[in-house]
Design a protein around this ligand. Structure first.
Ligand SMILES: C[S@@+](CC[C@H](N)C(=O)[O-])C[C@H]1O[C@@H](n2cnc3c(N)ncnc32)[C@H](O)[C@@H]1O
Length: 198
């Protein structure tokens, strides 16, 4: 179903795809220690992350289900805590995960040879259709505001953002899995295994 570096076509079972991508990333990382930045009600925790070696969640909304959680804006938390405690970070946002991804790039050094899992849910398709370039995307891609035709280039924008991100992290991409949500929502589910270059 998923192969390294290969995109799947429209996947009607987004939930299953999200679970499979997380399982793949977890299998690739030894002793997974997960930071689940958009932890929500814990669907991904119940399906996958509860099997990780350690788990810390974060959400704006309080969750009272016994998980170890920060109840706060994940950007504030990720700017404050030691991110080297985690070797998988899950950015399962509703919209754009890129601002949080930049915080990780700038604060989570990946040692030479170290593997690091990064999971992205990208749903900024509506912004691209309106030819809006979110600030974090502009930083990572070099795209300027006012550019037209972005709506048809979502995947190219994402590829360019990932390239900018891994360059910033001084990493290479060891593995990548990707699936698409329902076409109208233009969601992309991406799992990356990065390797530190030093
Ligand atoms: C798509 S849901 C996450 C679903 C979750 N991963 C799961 O498995 O159930 C997005 C969640 O992100 C939270 N959220 C949105 N912006 C946030 C932020 N800046 N910091 C922390 N949580 C945020 C929302 O409250 C919502 O629960």
């Amino acid at each position: 179903m998923f192969q390294s570096g290969v995109k799947t076509d429209n996947n009607p079972q987004a939930f299953k795809a999200k679970v499979a991508i997380r399982r793949n990333v977890m299998a690739a990382i030894g002793q997974p220690a997960v930071f689940d930045a958009f932890a929500g009600s814990g669907k991904m925790y119940s399906e996958v992350w509860r099997e990780a070696g350690s788990y810390t969640g974060c959400d704006l909304k309080p969750q009272n289900d016994g998980r170890l959680m920060f109840c706060a804006d994940n950007r504030r938390v990720m700017r404050a805590i030691d991110l080297t405690q985690f070797n998988i970070i899950d950015l399962d946002s509703y919209g754009s995960p890129w601002e949080q991804a930049i915080i990780i790039a700038d604060r989570r050094r990946v040692a030479p040879g170290e593997l690091f899992g990064l999971i992205l849910t990208e749903g900024a398709g509506f912004a691209y259709k309106s030819n809006v370039v979110p600030t974090a995307i502009a930083h990572l891609t070099g795209l300027r505001a006012g550019i037209v035709g972005l709506g048809k280039k979502q995947d190219a924008v994402i590829d360019r953002a990932i390239a900018g991100l891994v360059r910033r992290m001084s990493c290479s991409i060891e593995k990548r899995w990707q699936a698409e949500g329902k076409s109208g929502a233009a969601m992309r589910y991406i799992g990356l295994v990065l390797k530190g270059k030093g």
